[in-house]
Write a protein that binds this ligand. Structure first.
Ligand code: ATP
Ligand code: MG
Length: 259
Protein backbone atom coordinates (compact mmCIF):
# COMPACT_ATOMS: atom_id res chain seq x y z
CA UNK A 1 0.00 0.00 0.00
CA UNK A 2 1.16 3.53 -0.69
CA UNK A 3 1.52 5.04 2.70
CA UNK A 4 4.21 7.69 2.33
CA UNK A 5 3.15 10.03 -0.46
CA UNK A 6 5.21 12.92 -1.85
CA UNK A 7 3.16 15.78 -3.29
CA UNK A 8 5.45 17.09 -5.95
CA UNK A 9 5.76 19.15 -9.11
CA UNK A 10 8.82 21.31 -9.73
CA UNK A 11 6.53 23.89 -11.30
CA UNK A 12 5.73 26.61 -8.78
CA UNK A 13 2.28 27.61 -7.64
CA UNK A 14 0.33 24.64 -8.98
CA UNK A 15 -1.42 23.83 -5.70
CA UNK A 16 1.00 21.43 -3.97
CA UNK A 17 0.73 23.04 -0.56
CA UNK A 18 -3.00 23.68 -0.81
CA UNK A 19 -3.45 20.01 -1.70
CA UNK A 20 -1.10 18.83 1.06
CA UNK A 21 -2.84 20.76 3.86
CA UNK A 22 -6.40 20.14 2.73
CA UNK A 23 -6.05 16.51 1.71
CA UNK A 24 -4.38 15.73 5.03
CA UNK A 25 -7.12 17.58 6.95
CA UNK A 26 -9.80 15.75 4.95
CA UNK A 27 -8.24 12.36 5.71
CA UNK A 28 -7.96 13.34 9.37
CA UNK A 29 -11.69 14.16 9.29
CA UNK A 30 -12.29 10.55 8.27
CA UNK A 31 -10.37 9.47 11.39
CA UNK A 32 -7.20 8.45 9.60
CA UNK A 33 -3.98 9.04 11.50
CA UNK A 34 -2.06 11.40 9.27
CA UNK A 35 1.28 13.19 9.31
CA UNK A 36 2.13 16.11 7.05
CA UNK A 37 5.80 16.87 6.44
CA UNK A 38 6.63 20.37 5.23
CA UNK A 39 9.86 19.95 3.28
CA UNK A 40 9.73 23.40 1.64
CA UNK A 41 11.88 26.26 3.05
CA UNK A 42 8.96 28.59 2.20
CA UNK A 43 7.15 26.98 5.16
CA UNK A 44 3.75 27.60 3.58
CA UNK A 45 2.23 24.33 4.74
CA UNK A 46 3.49 25.02 8.26
CA UNK A 47 1.89 28.49 8.34
CA UNK A 48 -1.27 27.07 6.74
CA UNK A 49 -1.55 24.66 9.67
CA UNK A 50 -1.44 27.48 12.22
CA UNK A 51 2.19 27.02 13.25
CA UNK A 52 4.56 29.96 13.00
CA UNK A 53 7.55 28.98 10.86
CA UNK A 54 9.67 31.70 12.51
CA UNK A 55 9.23 30.22 15.97
CA UNK A 56 10.13 26.61 15.40
CA UNK A 57 12.31 24.86 17.94
CA UNK A 58 13.07 22.07 15.52
CA UNK A 59 12.01 21.40 11.98
CA UNK A 60 12.76 19.17 9.02
CA UNK A 61 16.27 20.54 8.80
CA UNK A 62 17.32 19.20 12.20
CA UNK A 63 15.66 15.91 11.34
CA UNK A 64 17.59 15.63 8.05
CA UNK A 65 20.89 16.46 9.73
CA UNK A 66 20.15 14.04 12.56
CA UNK A 67 20.18 16.62 15.36
CA UNK A 68 16.69 15.65 16.51
CA UNK A 69 14.41 12.70 15.88
CA UNK A 70 11.29 13.08 13.77
CA UNK A 71 9.19 12.30 16.86
CA UNK A 72 10.75 15.24 18.71
CA UNK A 73 10.12 17.72 15.89
CA UNK A 74 6.49 16.74 15.24
CA UNK A 75 3.72 19.05 16.49
CA UNK A 76 -0.06 18.77 16.58
CA UNK A 77 -1.68 20.95 13.91
CA UNK A 78 -5.07 22.63 13.93
CA UNK A 79 -7.27 20.04 12.27
CA UNK A 80 -6.39 16.82 14.10
CA UNK A 81 -3.25 15.74 12.32
CA UNK A 82 0.47 15.84 13.01
CA UNK A 83 2.92 18.20 11.33
CA UNK A 84 6.65 17.97 10.91
CA UNK A 85 7.16 21.67 10.28
CA UNK A 86 9.51 23.34 7.83
CA UNK A 87 11.01 26.78 7.44
CA UNK A 88 13.96 28.79 6.18
CA UNK A 89 16.48 26.45 7.85
CA UNK A 90 15.72 23.88 5.19
CA UNK A 91 17.56 26.05 2.66
CA UNK A 92 20.82 25.03 4.32
CA UNK A 93 20.08 21.32 3.93
CA UNK A 94 21.21 21.43 0.31
CA UNK A 95 24.72 22.53 1.28
CA UNK A 96 24.97 20.75 4.61
CA UNK A 97 24.02 17.41 3.10
CA UNK A 98 26.25 17.79 0.05
CA UNK A 99 28.94 15.53 1.48
CA UNK A 100 26.96 13.72 4.15
CA UNK A 101 26.57 10.02 3.98
CA UNK A 102 23.31 8.48 2.88
CA UNK A 103 22.32 12.01 1.98
CA UNK A 104 19.37 10.90 -0.21
CA UNK A 105 18.15 8.56 2.51
CA UNK A 106 18.07 11.03 5.41
CA UNK A 107 14.29 11.44 5.46
CA UNK A 108 13.58 7.77 4.84
CA UNK A 109 15.89 6.77 7.71
CA UNK A 110 14.34 9.39 10.01
CA UNK A 111 10.79 8.15 9.34
CA UNK A 112 11.54 4.50 10.05
CA UNK A 113 10.77 4.87 13.77
CA UNK A 114 7.42 6.64 13.37
CA UNK A 115 5.94 5.25 10.16
CA UNK A 116 3.81 2.74 12.09
CA UNK A 117 2.09 5.53 14.01
CA UNK A 118 0.24 6.67 10.89
CA UNK A 119 -2.16 5.52 8.19
CA UNK A 120 -0.71 8.09 5.77
CA UNK A 121 2.27 10.41 5.62
CA UNK A 122 2.26 13.22 3.05
CA UNK A 123 5.29 15.28 2.11
CA UNK A 124 4.87 18.80 0.69
CA UNK A 125 7.82 19.35 -1.67
CA UNK A 126 9.47 22.61 -2.77
CA UNK A 127 9.09 23.73 -6.39
CA UNK A 128 12.47 22.42 -7.53
CA UNK A 129 14.25 19.14 -8.05
CA UNK A 130 16.83 19.64 -5.30
CA UNK A 131 18.18 17.49 -2.47
CA UNK A 132 15.01 18.07 -0.42
CA UNK A 133 12.85 16.74 -3.23
CA UNK A 134 15.26 13.84 -3.75
CA UNK A 135 14.91 13.00 -0.04
CA UNK A 136 11.12 13.14 -0.35
CA UNK A 137 11.08 10.89 -3.43
CA UNK A 138 13.49 8.44 -1.82
CA UNK A 139 11.36 8.21 1.34
CA UNK A 140 8.06 7.93 -0.53
CA UNK A 141 6.12 4.90 -1.72
CA UNK A 142 4.37 7.05 -4.31
CA UNK A 143 3.94 10.53 -5.71
CA UNK A 144 0.83 12.63 -6.10
CA UNK A 145 1.26 15.27 -8.80
CA UNK A 146 -0.94 18.38 -8.75
CA UNK A 147 -1.31 19.88 -12.20
CA UNK A 148 -2.72 23.18 -13.25
CA UNK A 149 -4.16 22.52 -16.69
CA UNK A 150 -2.46 25.22 -18.69
CA UNK A 151 -0.17 25.48 -21.68
CA UNK A 152 3.19 24.48 -20.18
CA UNK A 153 1.82 21.89 -17.77
CA UNK A 154 2.75 18.84 -19.81
CA UNK A 155 6.22 20.07 -20.63
CA UNK A 156 7.09 20.32 -16.93
CA UNK A 157 5.60 16.92 -16.37
CA UNK A 158 8.09 15.13 -18.58
CA UNK A 159 11.00 16.58 -16.55
CA UNK A 160 9.31 15.30 -13.40
CA UNK A 161 8.77 11.84 -14.91
CA UNK A 162 12.49 11.71 -15.82
CA UNK A 163 13.40 12.56 -12.25
CA UNK A 164 11.11 9.87 -10.89
CA UNK A 165 12.76 7.36 -13.22
CA UNK A 166 16.23 8.43 -12.03
CA UNK A 167 15.20 8.02 -8.39
CA UNK A 168 13.81 4.57 -9.15
CA UNK A 169 17.13 3.54 -10.65
CA UNK A 170 19.31 5.08 -7.96
CA UNK A 171 17.53 4.63 -4.67
CA UNK A 172 13.87 3.69 -4.68
CA UNK A 173 12.91 1.08 -7.31
CA UNK A 174 9.32 0.75 -6.05
CA UNK A 175 8.41 4.43 -6.31
CA UNK A 176 4.99 4.63 -7.95
CA UNK A 177 2.88 7.37 -9.44
CA UNK A 178 -0.18 7.38 -7.22
CA UNK A 179 -2.16 9.93 -9.16
CA UNK A 180 -2.39 13.19 -11.05
CA UNK A 181 -4.68 15.85 -9.68
CA UNK A 182 -6.16 18.68 -11.71
CA UNK A 183 -6.05 21.84 -9.59
CA UNK A 184 -7.60 25.30 -9.96
CA UNK A 185 -9.65 23.74 -12.70
CA UNK A 186 -12.12 25.79 -14.69
CA UNK A 187 -14.30 23.57 -16.90
CA UNK A 188 -15.38 26.59 -18.97
CA UNK A 189 -11.81 27.15 -20.13
CA UNK A 190 -11.10 25.42 -23.47
CA UNK A 191 -7.37 25.11 -22.91
CA UNK A 192 -7.92 23.56 -19.48
CA UNK A 193 -10.21 20.96 -21.05
CA UNK A 194 -7.72 20.25 -23.80
CA UNK A 195 -4.86 19.73 -21.36
CA UNK A 196 -7.14 17.62 -19.18
CA UNK A 197 -7.99 15.38 -22.15
CA UNK A 198 -4.30 14.98 -22.91
CA UNK A 199 -3.68 13.94 -19.31
CA UNK A 200 -6.30 11.21 -19.59
CA UNK A 201 -4.80 10.07 -22.91
CA UNK A 202 -1.30 9.77 -21.45
CA UNK A 203 -2.04 8.65 -17.92
CA UNK A 204 -5.51 7.07 -18.08
CA UNK A 205 -6.66 5.85 -14.67
CA UNK A 206 -3.84 7.63 -12.91
CA UNK A 207 -5.74 10.89 -13.28
CA UNK A 208 -8.09 11.43 -10.35
CA UNK A 209 -11.71 11.82 -11.37
CA UNK A 210 -11.98 14.44 -8.64
CA UNK A 211 -10.79 17.84 -9.77
CA UNK A 212 -10.17 20.86 -7.57
CA UNK A 213 -11.98 23.99 -8.77
CA UNK A 214 -10.63 27.46 -8.34
CA UNK A 215 -12.22 28.59 -5.08
CA UNK A 216 -11.46 31.70 -3.08
CA UNK A 217 -12.03 29.94 0.27
CA UNK A 218 -9.03 27.71 -0.47
CA UNK A 219 -6.85 30.77 -1.02
CA UNK A 220 -8.16 32.53 2.11
CA UNK A 221 -7.84 29.67 4.60
CA UNK A 222 -4.02 29.90 5.04
CA UNK A 223 -4.33 33.51 6.23
CA UNK A 224 -6.34 32.13 9.17
CA UNK A 225 -3.81 29.33 9.69
CA UNK A 226 -6.39 26.60 9.14
CA UNK A 227 -7.34 24.04 6.50
CA UNK A 228 -10.41 25.06 4.49
CA UNK A 229 -12.55 22.54 6.39
CA UNK A 230 -12.20 24.76 9.46
CA UNK A 231 -12.66 27.97 7.48
CA UNK A 232 -15.74 27.14 5.40
CA UNK A 233 -16.63 23.47 5.36
CA UNK A 234 -19.44 23.88 2.84
CA UNK A 235 -17.30 25.70 0.27
CA UNK A 236 -16.67 24.06 -3.09
CA UNK A 237 -12.98 23.84 -2.23
CA UNK A 238 -13.62 22.00 1.03
CA UNK A 239 -16.04 19.59 -0.67
CA UNK A 240 -13.55 18.94 -3.48
CA UNK A 241 -10.77 17.95 -1.07
CA UNK A 242 -13.17 15.73 0.90
CA UNK A 243 -14.10 14.08 -2.40
CA UNK A 244 -10.42 13.63 -3.22
CA UNK A 245 -9.80 11.99 0.17
CA UNK A 246 -12.73 9.65 -0.58
CA UNK A 247 -11.36 8.78 -4.02
CA UNK A 248 -7.88 8.17 -2.62
CA UNK A 249 -9.26 5.82 0.07
CA UNK A 250 -11.48 3.95 -2.42
CA UNK A 251 -8.55 3.48 -4.78
CA UNK A 252 -6.39 2.21 -1.91
CA UNK A 253 -9.11 -0.33 -0.95
CA UNK A 254 -9.34 -1.46 -4.56
CA UNK A 255 -5.56 -1.82 -4.87
CA UNK A 256 -5.52 -3.86 -1.64
CA UNK A 257 -8.28 -6.15 -2.90
CA UNK A 258 -6.39 -6.72 -6.16
CA UNK A 259 -3.04 -7.40 -4.46
P1 ATP B 1 4.98 26.55 -4.53
O1 ATP B 1 5.48 25.89 -5.75
O2 ATP B 1 5.40 27.98 -4.38
O3 ATP B 1 5.22 25.74 -3.29
P2 ATP B 1 2.35 25.38 -4.56
O4 ATP B 1 2.47 24.47 -5.74
O5 ATP B 1 2.51 24.79 -3.22
O6 ATP B 1 3.35 26.62 -4.72
P3 ATP B 1 0.02 26.67 -3.57
O7 ATP B 1 0.81 27.49 -2.61
O8 ATP B 1 -0.82 25.58 -3.00
O9 ATP B 1 0.95 26.10 -4.72
O10 ATP B 1 -0.94 27.59 -4.45
C1 ATP B 1 -0.45 28.74 -5.12
C2 ATP B 1 -1.44 29.88 -4.90
O11 ATP B 1 -2.70 29.55 -5.48
C3 ATP B 1 -1.73 30.15 -3.43
O12 ATP B 1 -1.92 31.51 -3.25
C4 ATP B 1 -3.02 29.38 -3.16
O13 ATP B 1 -3.78 29.95 -2.11
C5 ATP B 1 -3.73 29.49 -4.49
N1 ATP B 1 -4.55 28.32 -4.78
C6 ATP B 1 -4.16 27.04 -4.81
N2 ATP B 1 -5.18 26.23 -5.15
C7 ATP B 1 -6.26 27.03 -5.34
C8 ATP B 1 -7.61 26.81 -5.73
N3 ATP B 1 -8.06 25.59 -6.00
N4 ATP B 1 -8.42 27.89 -5.83
C9 ATP B 1 -7.96 29.13 -5.59
N5 ATP B 1 -6.71 29.42 -5.22
C10 ATP B 1 -5.86 28.38 -5.10
MG1 MG C 1 4.05 25.01 -1.84
Amino acid sequence: MSKIIAITNQKGGVGKTTTAVNLVASLAATRRRVLLIDLDPQGNATMGCGIDKRELEADGYEVLTGEVTAADAIQRATGDFDLLPGGADLTAAEIDLAHADRREFRLRDALADIVDNYDYIFIDCPPSLNMLTVNALTAADAVLIPIQCEYYALEGLSALLDTIEQIRRAANPDLEILGLLRTMFDPRNNLANEVSNQLFEHFGDKVYRTMIPRNVRLAEAPSYGVPVLLHDKTSRGALAYLALAGELLRRAELAKAQA
